[in-house]
Design a protein around this ligand. Structure first.
Ligand SMILES: O=C(O)[C@H](O)[C@@H](O)[C@H](O)[C@H](O)CO
Ligand SMILES: [Mg+2]
Length: 403
């Protein structure tokens, strides 16, 4: 089953998505997500210049060999651009294999380990009270788990806390990055108050998550983990930037708050030490950035040896193609934890028709062959690429900081 066409499709139905479409001689096609928020065109160039020419004429059934060809063959290994490109190819090839076998992806992986997959929603508010209203709204929608982020008195804008009421998310919105000002002390003093209020209003059954978005040092993260222990978080996410995996050890030694990390990782080598040493509880590397199903499956299997579960990144800047494939993966993977869910808007959903369903706080996988997501190319063409950037963060004295 030879690949006869490979197309890179860029569309912006509200935000930018990069999709790779592979067509085989038998007429079966498969698609993969290659979206790298704020750096989309780097992956487009990588695919178009270096990957697409090597795909034409290859046997679409050889998923593992193609993965190794693109990874080892390039000589320059790893990195988000390379790995997003490889991920898209891999996802598209699994989609083709499923369609050729007339089986949904989860069946190819080993069948169902569960009937449905628990998701968590984002609840944000400029003040604690408006955040509580958002939690109430999501509980009403059936969510069993919510990520809670609130504005902090004295900090003007925080990425991850919606600027306007009712907005779920802050999109990349300027051609050059907006600049935010950050204060660790103000933040650390405020977060425990937020979780005290949420527990007081909603009791102890609701799963609560919080994303630090890499803004702390290890000892500050340890302090935060300890401070929120009474509120029994499901996880504390990305509490430090993790190029230095060893920093997780210090945090782990100080707190029983579960730790999740890895949305910016793209290889097993980014998390090998922290998994092996059991310094974390959840690994978040998504299929779109972690080398597709082939490589993320390797990470998940390795993690299962150390009681680490999956909790895939699922923001609206990953396309429904990634989410669809993730729902299949989540349905199969034995060491599943939770799936992030930020609903795509109706326009995006119309560009990417799909068969996964949301029901009472969970995703239910579809039965269509492959990963069950397609792209409407005419609709995609109506929404051309728009340059957009994520913000940067500075401390109050002007120092450029993590975010
Ligand atoms: O946990 C999350 O969902 C994330 O932190 C996102 O909000 C990222 O910031 C975004 O995906 C960057 O592109
Ligand atoms: Mg995050």
């Amino acid at each position: 089953m030879k690949i006869i066409d490979a197309r890179v499709i860029v569309t912006c139905p509200g935000r930018n998505f990069v999709t790779l479409k592979l067509v085989t001689e038998s007429g079966i096609h498969g698609i993969g997500d290659a979206t790298l928020n704020g750096r989309e065109m780097a992956v487009v160039a990588y695919l178009q210049e270096h990957v697409v020419p090597a795909l034409i004429g290859r046997d679409a059934s050889r998923i593992e060999d193609t993965w190794q060809y693109l990874y080892r063959g390039a000589y320059w290994r790893r990195g988000p651009v390379t790995m997003s490109a490889i991920s898209a190819v891999d996802m598209a090839l699994w989609d083709i294999k499923g369609k050729a076998a007339n089986l949904p992806l989860y069946q190819l992986l080993g069948g169902k380990s569960r009937e449905r997959v628990m998701t968590y929603a984002h609840c944000t508010g400029k003040e604690i009270d408006s955040c509580l209203e958002e939690v109430a709204r999501h509980v009403e929608l059936g969510y069993k788990a919510v990520r809670v982020q609130a504005g902090v008195p004295g900090i003007d804008t925080i990425y991850g806390v919606a600027k306007r009421e009712g907005e779920r998310y802050e999109p990349a919105d300027a051609e050059l990055p907006a600049e935010h000002v950050w204060s660790t002390e103000k933040y650390l003093n405020h977060v425990p108050k937020l979780f005290a209020a949420v527990r007081e209003h909603f009791g102890h059954e609701l799963h609560l998550l919080h994303d630090v978005h890499h803004r702390l040092t290890p000892i500050e993260a340890a302090r935060l983990g300890k401070a929120v222990e009474p509120y029994h978080l499901f996880w504390l996410e990305d509490c430090v930037p993790a190029e230095n995996q060893e920093s997780l050890r210090l945090i782990r030694e100080h707190t029983t708050t579960p730790l999740a990390i890895g949305e910016v990782f793209n290889s097993i080598h980014d998390c090998r030490e922290m998994i092996q040493n059991q310094w974390i509880d959840y690994i978040r590397t998504p299929l779109t950035h972690g080398g597709g199903i082939t490589h993320v499956r390797r990470i998940a299997d390795f993690a299962s040896l150390y009681h680490v579960r999956t909790g895939f990144h699922g923001p609206t800047d990953l396309s429904p193609v990634c989410l669809g494939a993730a729902v299949h993966f989540d349905t199969w993977v034995p060491n599943f934890g939770i799936q992030e869910h930020m609903p795509h808007d109706p326009l995006t959903d119309s560009v990417f028709p799909h068969d996964y369903r949301f029901e009472a706080g969970h995703f239910v996988v579809g039965e269509a062959p492959g990963h069950g997501v397609d792209i409407d190319e005419d609709a995609a063409a109506r929404h051309p690429y728009k340059p957009a950037s994520l913000p940067v963060n500075r401390l109050e004295d002007g120092t450029l900081w993590h975010w």
